[in-house]
Design a protein around this ligand. Structure first.
Ligand SMILES: Nc1ncnc2c1ncn2[C@@H]1O[C@H](COP(=O)(O)OP(=O)(O)OP(=O)(O)O)[C@@H](O)[C@H]1O
Length: 356
C-alpha cells in the first residue's frame, strides 16, 4: 500500500512535544509535510531559543516515520517561528553580543536582490541571465530563487531533482552553468499548493541563508517574488543587502509598481543599483524588424527622475524565452547574440563598479 500523509501524521502523534505536553501534531509544529514515493520531508516549526530541546524530538520524529512501511528516506528540519519579543535583557554584556540590524552571511561577500513591482515582467529571466553572465566573468555566483509563488529557476537553469541533505541539517545546493542555485520551491512538492504563512516564509528564508552550503561566493543574486511583500522586507531587515536591481517593462502600470518597489528599498536603506527595462523593444525573429510594442522611454525617464542608472534595455526576443525554457539561458546558449550582450553588459558594469 502506498505511503500516505495520514500514515505519517499518525506515526508522529506518538511523539510528544516537550513544550506543550501534547503530541507534536496536536501542538501544530509539524509543517510543510511532503510525502513523495518513499521520501518524507517536513519541518518542525519551533521557538529558536528551544532548538537544543527539540533536537531529540526531531530525531524521534524521524525514527517514528522511518519505521513505517514504504519509507526510504526521512528529512526533518527544525525551523524558527517568529518568537514573541523576548523580555528586556538587563545584562548589558549579553545585550552587546546580540546581533544588531541586518547581518552578513558567512562566506557570501555581496547580496543583490532582483525585484519587480509586478509579476511576469521578466525578473527571473534577468536574474538567471545575470547570474550566468557574472559566472562567465569569473565571479563565484549563487542564485537564490526566493519566489515562493512561482519558483522558476530550476527550469531556467536546467537543473532538476531535489537538493540533498546528507546530515539532515545542511542542504546541498544544485549547480549548473557555473552558478550555484537553491530554490525555496524545491523544499515543497511542485504539485502541492503551499500556503506560505509569514513565519514559515521567514523560517524558509533563514534556512536558505543559513543552512544551504553556498560555499565561498563573490555574490548571491536573490530572485524575489514580485511586489513588496514579506520576503523582500525580511531579507532586507535580516541580511545585509548590498543593493537591489528593479526590473520593469515599459508599460505605465508596470512602472508604477516598480516605483513602489524602489520606494520600499529606499525606506529599507538598500541602495538601488539600477533599473532594467525588459521587453523594451520587440525584435522579430524572422525579419529582425524592431518595434516598441509596450511604448518607449518611460523606464529611462523614471530612472532619471529617481536618480538611479538605467542599466539595460533588454529586447523582447523569442530566443530569450526559448533558451530559458530549455534550461540554457541565452547568455549560455548564444553568448554572442545582441540579446545576450545586453545581459553581459549589466554583469560587466556591476563587476567594474565593485558591486558584483
Ligand atoms: N526579454 C524577453 N524576451 C522574451 N521572453 C521573455 C523576456 N523576458 C521574459 N520573458 C518570458 O516571459 C515569461 C515571464 O518571465 P519571468 O518568469 O522571468 O518573469 P517574472 O517577472 O520572474 O515572473 P514572476 O515573478 O511572476 O514569476 C517567461 O516565459 C520568460 O521566458
Amino acid at each position: 500500500m502506498a505511503l500516505t500523509r495520514d500514515a505519517v501524521l499518525t506515526a508522529l502523534k506518538d511523539i510528544s512535544d516537550p513544550v506543550s505536553g501534547s503530541d507534536v501534531v496536536a501542538a501544530g509544529i509539524i509543517r510543510a509535510l511532503n510525502v513523495e514515493g518513499g521520501t518524507v520531508r517536513f519541518v518542525l516549526e519551533i521557538d529558536p531559543a528551544k532548538a537544543e530541546t527539540y533536537n531529540p524530538v526531531r530525531d524521534a520524529c524521524e525514527a517514528a516515520v522511518k519505521a513505517l512501511d514504504g519509507v526510504e528516506t526521512v528529512s526533518a528540519v527544525l525551523t524558527a517561528h517568529s518568537a514573541p519579543k523576548p523580555p528586556p535583557d538587563l545584562k548589558a554584556q549579553k545585550a552587546a553580543q546580540q546581533p544588531q540590524g541586518p547581518q552578513k552571511v558567512a562566506g557570501i561577500d555581496r547580496i543583490i536582490a532582483v525585484a519587480s513591482g509586478k509579476g511576469g515582467v521578466g525578473k527571473s529571466t534577468v536574474s538567471v541571465n545575470l547570474a550566468c553572465a557574472l559566472a562567465a566573468e569569473g565571479r563565484r555566483v549563487g542564485l537564490l530563487d526566493a519566489d515562493v509563488y512561482g519558483p522558476s529557476q530550476p527550469r531556467m537553469l536546467g537543473v532538476s531533482g531535489r537538493p540533498a541533505s546528507p546530515d539532515g541539517k545542511t542542504i546541498l545546493p544544485l549547480r549548473n552553468h557555473g552558478v550555484t542555485m537553491m530554490s525555496i520551491g524545491l523544499m515543497t512538492n511542485e504539485r502541492e499548493a503551499v500556503v506560505w504563512r509569514g513565519p514559515m516564509l521567514m523560517g524558509a528564508l533563514q534556512q536558505m541563508m543559513g543552512q544551504v552550503q553556498w560555499g565561498a561566493l563573490d555574490v548571491l543574486i536573490v530572485d524575489l517574488p514580485p511586489g513588496t511583500g514579506d520576503v523582500a522586507m525580511t531579507l532586507a531587515q535580516k541580511y545585509a543587502l548590498d543593493g537591489a536591481l528593479v526590473v520593469s517593462t515599459p508599460q505605465d502600470v508596470a512602472l508604477l509598481d516598480a516605483r513602489k518597489g524602489m520606494n520600499m528599498f529606499e525606506k529599507l536603506g538598500t541602495p538601488i543599483y539600477g533599473l532594467i527595462e525588459n521587453m523594451s523593444t520587440h525584435i522579430c525573429s524572422n525579419c529582425g524588424h524592431e518595434e516598441h510594442i509596450f511604448g518607449h522611454g518611460g523606464v529611462a525617464a523614471e530612472a532619471e527622475s529617481m536618480g538611479v542608472p538605467l542599466l539595460a534595455e533588454i529586447p523582447l526576443h523569442l530566443d530569450i524565452r526559448t533558451s530559458s525554457d530549455g534550461g540554457a539561458p541565452i547568455v549560455v546558449s548564444k553568448p554572442d547574440s545582441p540579446q545576450a550582450t545586453a545581459f553581459r553588459d549589466i554583469a560587466r558594469r556591476l563587476v567594474e563598479a565593485g558591486q558584483a
